[in-house]
Write a protein of this length. Structure first.
Ligand code: ADP
Ligand code: MG
Length: 366
């Protein structure tokens, strides 16, 4: 049984994962309502909230699991994220690992997201998981969250290679900033999705930031600027009357950019030298909650005749289940250690002594 802790940003989360059976339980406290009052995450408030909620969540996990007697490993998010929040989670995880006399695994938050689409596959039948996983590799993944937008590949050995990132804003950030410009509140993605339902996606022509076909990197800052210029041309009453159209068009621009780049990546062989085509497409991160985005990626996957594996809605945002799962599915330092790949997603660090685990330097990228 793996006990996992996630405190990288604005969710305090604890999960228990049994590789032979699946998720044994998860306990999450979200701070969204607190930060919404300030229009975004306030790091100091986030750290204090983790401090307040982590112990009670751990207590509930302990009570449900016979005093953690079956725990054989502790896993913790060690970056990237807010420095104070990460330090608190890592310190708690170290203490738990020392007390339970089990090893500690540091998991990169993005690696957790990257593996989250495979959690349902494992849940369906834990015994066959590795056999079924092998039929889905090489895998192309789209990871879309508030802080990151990545296309990455997982090869037959689960080595992870980052193929594209964003040059400026992440997809979720573009939605959050767009919502702010529209005066809608935080987080913006779900609010834009809701208001977009009644609107026309072709009402306004916002830029897609696509660049040449060979270029897989994303760019969303032009989109946000274009919305600002559009709003400056409109009277407040007109903005209010056209909010649904604005949301639908803005959301469509984000989805089109994500879908087109994903399609370009899927068309290519999975390695620079080899011919192997991708055998599955994954979707993860908070923005993966967006239903029109799921539908758009579903269409691309069907066209390429590969299955779409989307993270379950409860595992799209920050959660500890994905941290436990990634610690188990890809536990070796060699797994994913492709030197050509970006530093953004690092191999999980397995340390023989809990005292040896350091917070990943990636946290300075906050
Ligand atoms: P991070 O950990 O980087 O903050 P998360 O994985 O927690 O990111 O995801 C949060 C992001 O997901 C926010 O930008 C939010 O607006 C976006 N998001 C959440 N739900 C939706 C949705 N239904 N549609 C679009 N974006 C969404
Ligand atoms: Mg988050």
């Amino acid at each position: 049984m793996i006990l996992a802790l996630e405190t990288s940003c604005d969710e305090t989360a604890v999960a228990l994962f049994d590789p032979a059976r699946g998720l044994a339980g998860e306990w999450t406290h979200t701070q969204i309502a607190l930060h919404a009052r300030h229009g975004g995450v306030v790091p100091d408030l986030a750290t204090r909230e983790h401090l307040r909620h982590l112990a009670p969540l751990l207590e509930r996990a302990r009570a449900s699991s016979g005093n953690f007697s079956a725990v054989t490993r502790v896993a913790v998010t060690h970056g990237p994220g807010l420095a104070g929040c990460l330090a608190l989670g890592v310190a708690a995880a170290k203490a738990l690992a020392l007390a339970l006399r089990v090893p500690l695994t540091g998991v990169n938050h993005l690696r957790g997201h990257a593996f989250s689409p495979f959690i349902p596959l494992h849940a369906e039948s834990p015994d066959d998981f590795s056999v079924r996983l092998a039929t889905l590799l090489p895998h192309l993944g789209l990871l879309v969250s508030g802080g990151n937008t990545l296309l990455f590949s997982l090869d037959e050995n689960l080595a992870l290679r980052v193929l594209a990132t964003t040059r400026d804003d992440a997809a979720g950030e573009a939605l959050d900033k767009g919502a702010k410009l529209l005066g809608l509140g935080y987080p913006g993605g779900p609010l834009i999705e809701k208001l977009a339902t009644g609107g026309r996606p072709d009402a306004y022509d916002f830029p897609r930031g696509l660049g040449p076909r060979a270029e897989l990197d994303f760019s969303f800052s032009g989109l946000k600027t274009s919305l600002r210029y559009q709003l400056e041309k409109m009277a407040p009453a007109e903005i209010a009357a056209r909010t649904s159209d604005l949301c639908a068009s803005y959301q469509q621009a984000v989805i089109d950019a994500l879908a087109r780049k994903t399609f370009f990546a899927l068309e290519r062989p999975s390695t620079d030298s080899g011919q192997a085509a991708y055998r599955s497409l994954g979707l993860s991160g908070g923005v993966a909650n967006n239903r029109p985005l799921r539908a758009a990626l579903g269409k691309i996957a069907r066209a390429a005749r590969v299955p779409l594996l989307a993270a379950a809605p409860e595992h799209t945002g920050d959660n500890a289940a994905m941290i436990a799962f990634a610690a188990w599915a890809c536990p070796e330092p060699s797994c994913g250690a492709d030197p050509a790949s970006s530093e953004l997603i690092r191999a999980a660090v397995v340390t023989p002594s809990p005292a040896g685990l350091r917070i990943a330097p990636a946290l300075t990228l906050v």
